[in-house]
Design a protein around this ligand. Structure first.
Ligand code: ATP
Length: 884
């Protein structure tokens, strides 16, 4: 017998579990040992050796190795050994960089791994999907990826999309009854849920019958293609730039070599100098350092509770000009509390805060109790048509489930209604809540087998569906003055920033059809709840800071227009002339018209997830780079279409998380702002080290080229050039990647996404500083050389040292867009350490005797150092005054 042929209780028996209690911790432990983790094994880790060997695959390194071989064959062993040492040191540095990047990416992957909701020892808990074992009772909701293969035991309007398995993209309706047929294909096993397929609607529970490679997905996993590593736009641009630089470098190198040979330098010397220069000029370390900078930035973002799912988002973040954010839970605390009730044409007030069940209901100043007409049914129905549970952790109440539902549970408790009352009712059918319907319903049967429907939802959705209204003396036909009274009450509550929710009921005959299309009609409206959800404290400042940074914050909410307006005003999000649009207006507005006014709109109210896509498009067509948040299944298209899709970590569904490039661990709007600052900073840091590395390269080429043109000896020997490039440059460049942002980073407008790497004067900085570095090194060389060949090694040491020192001072200049004097040089301790270690490495090759013949160096005296330091400061200080 197959799982789908068995009744649910047979499955329970076979797997030694009950759907009421779940597995025990011991069973879980044992089964995890037996079956291993619930994971598809499609990717193998690259071994450390391979990563290390990969460092020598690089084109430039291969050229160097070839040069070593030639040097060796010509008997130039010292050169050959020197190059080997440098290549090895470079290989190690590359290896460590890559390891670090890999580790942080792996950590990222782990953090954004999906979770499953399982019942263990009688309590529902969230665990990483990899820890699900056979026999686990799991709960699935719309938007979830099913964590393993399950036999469904309960289904509420449950639909899944199984295209990953079957290629069929239409959703499949699922149910819980057994199927007797034999040999069914996966798509016909409609009481089974399959690993990694998607719940598109409804909710359900099931028992896990297969995990990991023992699932239908596991069987085809080996056929799946590996995900390719994608490059970010910046990495792509740099690769393009790299090609140009290679061409320029090869050309210049050829020029140096030709001029050198023409001037009478030995061919072998010029060959080696040429190779070294080519290596110097081509910033082959650049992409690696960019990746490291990106991944280190990503780690900093994690500390600020933002998980980046796509590295490319880090770059785009810095360009964001609009943040479209959900209100509930992102801008507000998502701690709903019922504050007011509108019932029998009167306002009642509920005391107490948060999820604390202490509080009472008052009419004017008088406490009312359960006898107050319609109050008990209203609160009882609110409790029954509900999915949340009120739990206690560390002595404090919290809500597991939808906070709107949670608020109703708390209100019911304040009236003294106990949760046990649930046992007196049987749920016959459920029509789940979603943001499109803005309502949910349950068909309930009481102890006397009387059936009725409870519907709760947005008042403007329920009012047109209600023909009756509950009054003090029973059910009455709804008249227009009743409608008016409700409308006024809604306005009144919404003006106080309260979320409004209406509740209605309808008695049902035993044999009445439960057809979803006709069920929620002819309702009897009972009353309104007004719920408070206070804004998060930090959001107001975050909105202001974003505004200073040229980023507009826009609120998107399913709530009533007035509620949204009141909260937006409280948050200082809505300027005086700012507009509020609602979903109905959006429906009737062509996108061209929306585009024309969208810059004045700050709040979108009563919208459905479908509207979000239209909003994103309109902003984009107006030239904005849009960040868009979302949590439900239907938000995924808008998240995908936006430039920076953001999903909620806590309340977000798997589908939105997968579509998003950024996940907020704390669901907080303020975190988006932090991520944007970080995004801007990372990009600026990348600019910093590009500037540093390229200016260094320009300096090196220039000193050689000028010397050749002036018919002088080589100011730098090949190993020195290699040493500077592959060893002493690397660490400071990496440390620049860790630099703090300049103070004004959030006072500037967003970056233009079309701007090139060299925009905003970077190109000028590279060339101007590079030329000066080259020139001072050459002058220092000439002063030391004095036209005397006996001074050659001494002069080369001076030129080498001046070049390195000038670069190491220039690295501090690179930290600011303004000048070297703009920032405290000791602020970035990594940079200070990196520069010190580079100086130490320099001293080693100058002063350690065994290395002197290899690096063609000689010990320098105090006077030499004075000269060197004066020259080295010049390139950075010179422009410090002009601020160009
Ligand atoms: P935001 O978009 O700001 O996050 P939201 O997503 O919470 O808001 P929706 O969830 O779409 O907005 O809610 C819209 C309306 O639907 C609410 O104003 C409320 O009237 C109603 N509503 C919300 N939650 C429930 C629920 N659990 N059951 C019934 N109706 C609900």
């Amino acid at each position: 017998m197959k799982w789908y042929q068995m009744d649910a209780d047979v499955v329970e028996q076979k797997l030694h579990v009950t759907t009421k209690h779940g597995l025990t911790d011991r069973q879980v432990e044992q089964r995890r040992k037996q079956y291993g983790p619930n994971r598809l094994e499609t990717e193998k880790n690259t071994s450390k050796w391979l990563i290390f060997l990969k460092q020598f695959q690089d084109f430039m390194v291969l050229i160097l190795l070839a040069a070593t071989l030639i040097a060796g064959m010509l008997g130039e062993y010292v050169d050959a050994i020197a190059i080997m040492i440098i290549v090895l040191v470079n290989g190690f540095l590359g290896y460590f960089q890559e390891q670090k990047a890999e580790k942080s990416l792996a950590k990222l992957k782990e953090m954004s791994a999906p979770v499953a909701v399982v019942l263990r020892d009688g309590t529902w808990e969230k665990v990483p999907s990899t820890e699900v074992v056979v026999g686990d009772v799991v709960r699935i909701n719309s938007g979830d990826r099913i964590p393993a293969d399950i036999r469904i035991t309960q289904a509420n309007s449950l639909e899944t999309e199984e295209s990953a398995l079957t290629g069929e993209s239409l959703p499949v309706m699922k149910h819980a009854t057994s199927i007797s047929q034999d040999r069914l294909d996966a798509q016909d096993q409609v009481n089974m849920g399959f690993m990694n397929t998607l719940v598109t609607r409804g909710s359900g529970t099931g028992i896990v019958v297969g995990t990991g490679m023992n699932t239908v997905m596991g069987q085809i996993a080996s056929l799946m293609v590996k995900t390719e590593k994608t490059t970010t736009p910046l990495e792509h641009k740099l690769a393009e730039l790299g090609k140009i630089l290679i061409a320029v470098a090869l050309l210049l190198t050829a020029l140096v070599v030709l001029v050198g040979v023409y001037q009478g330098h030995p061919v072998y010397n010029m060959f080696l100098a040429g190779v070294s220069l080519a290596v110097a000029a081509i910033p082959e370390g650049l992409p690696a350092i960019v990746t490291v900078a990106l991944s280190l930035g990503v780690q900093r973002m994690i500390k600020k509770k933002a998980i980046v799912r796509k590295l490319s988002a880090v770059e785009t973040l810095g360009c964001a000009s609009v943040i479209c954010s959900d209100k509930t839970g992102t801008m507000t605390e998502n701690q709903m509390t019922v504050k007011e009730v509108f019932l029998n044409g009167k306002f009642l007030y509920v005391t107490g805060d948060g999820y604390d069940v202490k509080g009472n209901v008052f009419l004017n100043k008088n406490k009312v109790d359960r006898d107050f007409p319609n109050l008990e049914p209203m609160f009882l129905y609110g409790m029954l048509c509900n999915h949340a549970s009120l739990m206690v952790k560390k002595g404090k109440n919290y809500v597991d489930g939808d906070p709107t539902d949670g608020a109703l549970l708390v209100a019911a408790r304040k009236l003294g209604l106990s949760h046990q009352l649930h046992d007196n009712y049987r749920i016959i059918k459920e029509l789940p809540f979603d943001s499109d319907r803005k309502r949910m319903s349950m068909v309930v049967e009481d102890e006397n087998k009387m059936r009725f429907l409870i519907t709760k939802g947005a008042p403007d959705v329920l009012l047109p569906r209600s023909n009756y209204v509950m009054k003090e003396h029973g059910r009455k036909l709804m008249r227009s003055e009743d409608k008016q009274a409700f409308d006024q009450a809604i306005d009144n509550m919404a003006d106080k920033a309260l979320r409004t929710l209406a509740i209605a009921m309808k008695p049902l005959a035993k044999d009445e059809s439960l057809n979803a299309a006709t069920l929620e009609k002819d309702l009897s409206l009972i009353g309104l709840y007004g719920m408070m959800d206070p804004p998060r404290k930090e959001v107001k400042t975050a909105i202001e800071e974003s505004r200073d940074a040229g980023i507009k914050s826009v609120m998107i909410t399913g709530d009533h227009e007035k509620t949204a307006r009141a909260i937006a005003t409280e948050l200082n999000l809505l300027p005086e002339n700012g507009r509020v649009l609602n979903g109905y207006q959006l429906n009737n507005m062509p996108i061209a018209e929306l585009r024309d006014i969208i810059d004045q709109v700050y709040v979108f109210a009563r919208v459905t997830p479908e509207h979000k896509l239209k909003i994103v498009k309109a902003f984009q067509e107006e030239g904005h780079i849009v960040a868009m948040t979302g949590d439900g299944v239907n938000d995924a298209p808008a998240i995908k279409a936006s430039d920076i899709g953001i999903s909620m970590g806590e309340s977000g569904t798997d589908v939105t998380k997968e579509a998003a490039s950024l996940v907020l661990m704390d669901d907080n709007f303020a975190t988006i702002k932090s991520a944007i600052i970080e995004g801007r900073n990372i990009y600026e840091n990348i600019r910093k080290f590009i500037r540093y590395l390229l200016a260094s390269n320009v300096g090196e080429i220039l000193v050689m080229l000028l010397a050749m043109l002036m018919a002088m000896p080589l100011p730098l020997v090949p190993v020195q050039i290699l040493w500077v490039n592959l060893v002493t440059d690397g660490l400071p460049a990496m440390a620049l990647g860790l630099d703090k942002s300049e103070e004004d980073v959030m006072k500037r407008g967003p970056r233009n996404p079309k701007e090139g790497i060299f925009a905003r004067g970077l190109g000028f900085k590279v060339v101007s500083r590079g030329i000066l570095i080259g020139v001072v090194a050459l002058i220092a060389f000439m002063l030391a050389y004095e036209g005397n060949p006996d001074n050659l090694i001494y002069a080369q040491t001076i030129a080498f040292t001046t070049l390195v020192m000038a670069q190491l001072i220039h690295v501090f200049d690179c930290r600011s867009e303004q000048s070297i004097f703009a920032r405290n040089p000791f602020e970035n301790k990594y940079l200070v350490l990196a520069v010190l270690s580079s100086v130490l490495l320099l001293l080693v090759v100058i002063y350690w005797e065994p290395l002197q013949p290899i690096f063609h160096t000689t010990a320098l005296g105090l006077r030499d150092w004075m000269l060197i330091l004066i020259f080295s400061f010049l390139p950075s200080v010179f422009f410090g005054f002009s601020k160009k």
